[in-house]
Design a protein around this ligand. Structure first.
Ligand code: SER
Length: 598
């Protein structure tokens, strides 16, 4: 029998869909380009948003990929057998081409013929319908025709059977999910796929993306009916191997073994949770660093810092000594052939490992300082003849030093002190609300909106890059881009701050080009040819063999997904593009904020 590895699964998936007219697209960088609406790519469809909304894709209407993803919303759940922060997702897409019948038929064929799951073990779910979108009887009909009996077709509400949008707005739709019945007993008479008891394991999701959620919260039909599917690699390999725990697959085992050896403890019982968290968090950290992020206090950098710090705390509970992050990180990289995708950015081994090492050391110093603070606070309470630390103070320690409540309780317990846990939870709740509100602000809008102002800023970003290259030199190239309907933010390689004169010149040049009324043309060509023509490309991304190149007069030529305005005069009505701020974004990197002002 062939070895059921992640690579085997990937190749089988690609072969199957290639034979059915799909072209393979490469995995993009974890950091979404030009999109401020999300911190990380969280699904295979994420980089395809413009195409799901109707932009033509250079490779046609049938695509497939294996995409690396990061999901941070479930970070607290990591530690069980199947939640992962970084994971790989296989997917196939129809961009306004085939729909339910073919998509479901192929999913069934792939599961039963290629992966050889017994048809008897497959259970499926379909959207039950609600006020705004009707019940998905069409999908259920296809399942029935394929032979899935009524008792294994479950109609579930929006909470379970609706996917997307990936941020606050964008393409979305009802989905039909496939589960493998593990044969375990039902947890209750109402036991069903998605109930979480472990009887049914989700293996694949077919989303029928025919709606767009707009900022008004309503759903509007899209120009085209799309299919977006997603199959988690880790989970599928685990099921193929008949294992009960993702971490027992070859995808994770070498990492777990390294942790187990360093800790001199077996991967068993209560040791499993901290080992899984360390393996998960450091694997995610390695891939995030490989995509150019360093630990810090904002956005992606903050997520990275949290991952490394949470892992260090778990490391302490296992008694791992200083430097373990580097060793586990090295195991993550050495294990690269066991991931489904190929990640050449992992060649940057030394940089990745030293970032991990530095952050671990920094955090261990903070922890020591925190423990001293905690001792002092305990002494103050004792001096004041108090027996309880206020929830507010405990929350401060929790926030500042990243101490979990158990750790604070344990330390205080040594002096027979307690924590006001109720007040602590209240404080935590308040804080969560604040961060949720802030996140909403962030997610309010972004390129995923396809909002017309965002599109305008996207085109302006191309003009700005071309202008900066004319004025500062051809060493200038994009290192990042982040667009909202209110402004553009552009990071580029340049060793020093821009002078007032350079800023003025750049503004003048961009506005001149806008007023010149250039058509924005989309050309489709092989990636290599686009490079030969001098088209700029974003260094972090990998590109499919054929790409879209956007040409703005003779002024700018860039490989890009779009969308863009049709003619630069469309920007005139927004005002003049003004550079409102510049700052550093690391060594050799400048960041510019610009907006249209009337
Ligand atoms: N976007 C859907 C998911 O992430 C299907 O790919 O599950």
């Amino acid at each position: 029998m062939k070895k059921k590895t992640a690579r085997w699964l990937r190749d089988a998936y690609f072969d199957f869909f290639k034979k059915r007219g799909h072209r393979i697209i490469p995995s993009v960088s974890l950091v979404p380009e030009g999109d401020a609406s999300a911190l990380f790519i969280s699904a295979g469809m994420h980089p395809l948003v413009p195409y799901l909304m109707g932009e033509p894709h250079p490779l046609g209407k049938r695509l497939a990929s294996v995409q690396e993803c990061v999901r941070t919303q479930d970070i607290e759940l990591v530690g069980d057998s199947f939640h992962h922060t970084w994971f790989e997702m296989l997917g196939n897409w129809s961009l306004g081409d085939y729909f339910k019948e073919k998509a479901i038929g192929w999913s069934y064929e792939f599961l039963t013929k290629v992966l050889q799951f017994s048809a008897k073990k497959i259970a499926v779910t379909c959207f039950a319908g609600d006020k705004s979108v009707p019940r998905d009887t069409a999908s259920a009909k296809v399942w029935r025709q394929l032979g899935i009996p009524e008792e294994r077709i479950f109609f579930l509400p929006r909470k379970d059977n609706w996917w997307g949008p990936v941020s606050q707005t964008g393409p979305c739709g009802p989905d039909s999910e496939m589960f493998i019945d593990t044969g375990k007993a039902k947890c209750s008479p109402g036991c069903r796929p998605g109930c979480g008891c472990g009887k049914y394991i989700e293996i694949w999701n077919n989303v029928f993306m025919e709606f767009e959620k707009r900022a008004d919260g309503k759903f509007y039909p899209l120009k085209q009916k799309n299919v977006d599917t997603g199959m988690g690699v880790e989970r599928t390999v685990r099921l193929l191997l008949g294992l009960e725990d993702d971490y027992l697959t070859p995808i994770w085992q070498p990492i777990i073994k390294t942790i187990s050896e360093l800790a001199q403890k077996p991967y068993k019982g209560d040791w499993r949770r901290p080992m899984r968290i360390i393996a998960d968090h450091l694997r995610a950290a390695v891939f995030i660093i490989a995509d150019g992020i360093v630990p810090g206090n904002k956005e992606q950098s903050y997520v990275l810092r949290r991952l490394i710090r949470r892992s260090v705390r778990q490391g302490e509970s296992l008694g791992l000594s200083v430097g373990f992050s580097r060793q586990v990180g090295a195991a993550v990289i050495a294990n690269r052939d066991n991931y489904a995708g190929e990640y050449p950015e992992l060649d940057n081994l030394e940089v990745i490992l030293s970032v991990l090492e530095d952050e671990e050391q920094r955090f261990r110093r903070t922890l020591q300082r925190g423990l001293r603070e905690l001792e002092k606070a305990a002494q103050k309470l004792i001096d004041a003849k108090k027996t309880m630390m206020s929830g507010k103070e405990a929350f401060f320690l929790y926030e500042t030093f990243g101490f979990p409540l158990e750790l604070i309780a344990e330390e205080l317990g040594k002096s027979h002190l307690k924590i006001d846990e109720k007040e602590f939870e209240e404080e935590k709740g308040k804080h969560q609300q604040i961060s949720r509100r802030a996140a909403k602000g962030r997610f309010k809008s972004g390129l995923a909106d396809n909002d017309s102002r965002s599109i305008a800023y996207h085109t302006a970003t191309h003009l700005l890059q071309a202008a900066l290259r004319q004025i500062l030199g051809s060493h200038v190239h994009q290192m990042g881009s982040n667009i909202t309907p209110e402004r553009l933010r552009f990071d580029f390689a340049h060793p020093r701050p821009l002078t007032a004169l350079e800023i003025k010149k750049a503004e003048e040049l961009v506005n001149q080009q806008i007023e010149a009324g250039h058509n924005v043309e989309r050309l489709v060509m092989p990636f290599n040819e686009s490079r030969k023509m001098g088209a700029l490309a974003f260094f972090r991304d990998r590109y499919p063999e054929k790409v879209s190149v956007y040409k703005i007069g003779d002024f700018s030529l860039e490989v890009c997904r779009g969308p863009h305005v049709k003619n630069t005069t469309e920007l005139v009505k927004l005002g003049r593009l003004v550079i409102v701020k510049q700052e550093s974004c690391g060594a050799g990197c400048r960041r510019i904020y610009a907006r249209f002002e009337k």
